[in-house]
Design a protein around this ligand. Structure first.
Ligand code: GBH
Length: 451
């Protein structure tokens, strides 16, 4: 008989939080209800040619009406927490001015129902949908102050029950993807100076929101950011390559998370941008670096890095052609990115706590009867969760993990053509069906270990 090796311990730390994530415009629908104002995404989605198949978020998962059913799905999974976002245009339909009580009431109902189900709410204030009435959007510095006013107001309304608040989701997406690449609302392709100014307004909005939330929230409210810094991953685990990956993390995210964590723009960034560098007012950098209670990271695609003799000290290694990918072309599989983002951020910036605010995958799901056998999504999640687990058991301050996403939803420019859910949504009937990955995640949560 074979000698029996000690079984590999795949369990998570005792208090590790498992959750699911969604975002308002991707699931709520009901875009003209209860006084909600028009958003940048309503405008963009209704502009021909912007979204695959002409899809819009007008109905999406209809979660505005069906949230009790969605909370039942969360309860069946056994999750401890749920990350949702608040639609700014429901609260301030014109961007500023008088709050819309009916919009606030929706999030009151949602939060109360989550708590009644034993699920801890984690709220994101800005997941990309802002009131279209705001003049100039993110090109206008005033928008940063408007976001802070809104975030402070909502923190005042909800923080008796919501104890974890994220300011913004993914700095790079609502700045670059929206104003440089033109792929997300408002679909602009600004020159470098314009892009850098939008980036500056984005981090400034985050910092102002931190301060406004702290000023108006109940004591004990934890404030953080949900960012998707580029996930630099060393090609091998040796000191020189680890140092190279950390250097790349710091420099390549200089206009985003590095500024938030360090309170300055790195010389490398300013030199690279030259005359196009952002215009910064006195005091901005201190606001941007307002202390956080936690940092949340959205982790998907790795960027492999090696040490290099050149002036930068690192070199990005291209994704190899044979690398597995999920259904979205950008979604290259690299579970090691999970471990290294947590370790890099922890070692460089020593945050008090870390969460994974998103991780998940699109797959070509087919509904057969009442089953979806999304074994490739299970494969993906198992790989990434194993690597997050490694970071947690090694003692990095990783407190929890939110799977993107609870259910298939409006995947931005891809419309409904890409499915990220662990529940299948039939968008004709709005029926939700747990996929194999939902059954798998439920077992992970129940046993507190990788299965
Ligand atoms: C997150 O973004 C979002 O927070 C979430 O709302 C979204 O649904 C989820 O991930 C899945 O995408 O068009 O080739 O230029 C993830 C990071 C970065 C993914 C930009 C899409 C566009 C690539 N996103 N990327 S491309």
């Amino acid at each position: 008989t074979l000698a029996q090796a000690a079984p590999l311990d795949l369990s998570f730390p005792k208090d590790f939080v498992f959750g699911c994530a969604t975002a308002a415009y991707q699931i709520e629908g009901a875009v003209a209800e209860d006084g909600r104002g028009r958003s940048n995404w309503d405008v963009f989605a209704h502009t021909p040619g912007k979204i695959a198949n002409g899809d819009t978020g007008d109905v999406a998962c209809d979660s505005y009406h069906r949230y009790p059913q969605d909370i039942a799905l969360l309860r069946d999974l056994g999750v401890g927490a749920y990350r949702f976002s608040i639609a700014w245009p429901r609260i301030f339909p014109d961007g500023r001015g008088k709050p819309n009580a009916k919009g606030v009431a929706y999030y009151d109902r949602l939060v109360d129902a989550l708590l009644a189900a034993g699920i801890t709410p984690h709220a994101t204030m800005f997941h990309w949908d802002y009131p279209a009435a705001l003049p100039g959007g993110w090109q206008n510095r005033d928008t940063a102050y408007a976001l802070a006013d809104y975030a402070g107001y909502m923190a005042g309304e909800l923080s008796d029950r919501v104890k974890h608040i994220m300011t913004v989701n993914e700095l790079r997406c609502f700045t670059d993807l929206s104003h440089k690449e033109g792929l997300h609302a408002p679909g602009l392709k600004l020159p470098p100076a314009g892009v850098n100014q939008v980036r500056h307004h984005g981090v400034l909005a985050h910092g102002l929101a931190v301060q406004a939330i702290r000023a108006q929230a109940k004591p004990g409210t934890q404030v953080g950011i949900a960012d998707n810094m580029i996930a630099f991953t060393p090609v091998m685990e040796t000191p020189e390559h680890i140092a190279a990956a950390q250097k790349a993390t710091r420099i390549e995210n200089a206009m985003f998370l590095t500024a938030v964590m360090e309170g300055r723009y790195l010389d490398e960034y300013l030199a690279q941008e030259g005359a196009a560098a952002p215009k910064v007012k006195d005091g901005d950098m201190a606001i941007i670096a307002s202390p956080l209670d936690f940092v949340s990271l959205n982790v998907y695609t790795p960027e492999w890095v090696r040490a290099d003799d050149g002036p930068k000290g690192y070199k990005v290694v291209p994704h190899v052609a044979s690398s597995p990918r999920m259904a979205s072309p950008w979604l290259v599989v690299g579970p090691e990115a999970a471990y290294w983002t947590v370790r890099n951020v922890s070692e460089m910036w020593k945050p008090k706590a870390l969460y994974i605010s998103e991780n998940g995958a699109s797959a070509d799901d087919t509904l057969a009867g009442d089953r979806v056998d999304d074994a490739d999504r299970v494969m993906y999640l198992r790989g990434y969760l194993s690597q997050f687990r490694r970071a947690a058991v090694e003692g990095y301050p990783l407190k929890g993990y939110f799977l993107w996403s609870l259910m298939d939803n409006f995947e931005w420019a891809d419309g409904y053509s890409k499915r990220f859910g662990i529940h299948y949504v039939d968008f004709a009937s709005q029926r939700r069906v747990p996929k194999l990955s939902a059954r798998w995640y439920r077992e992970v949560i129940r046993r507190n270990r990788i299965v």
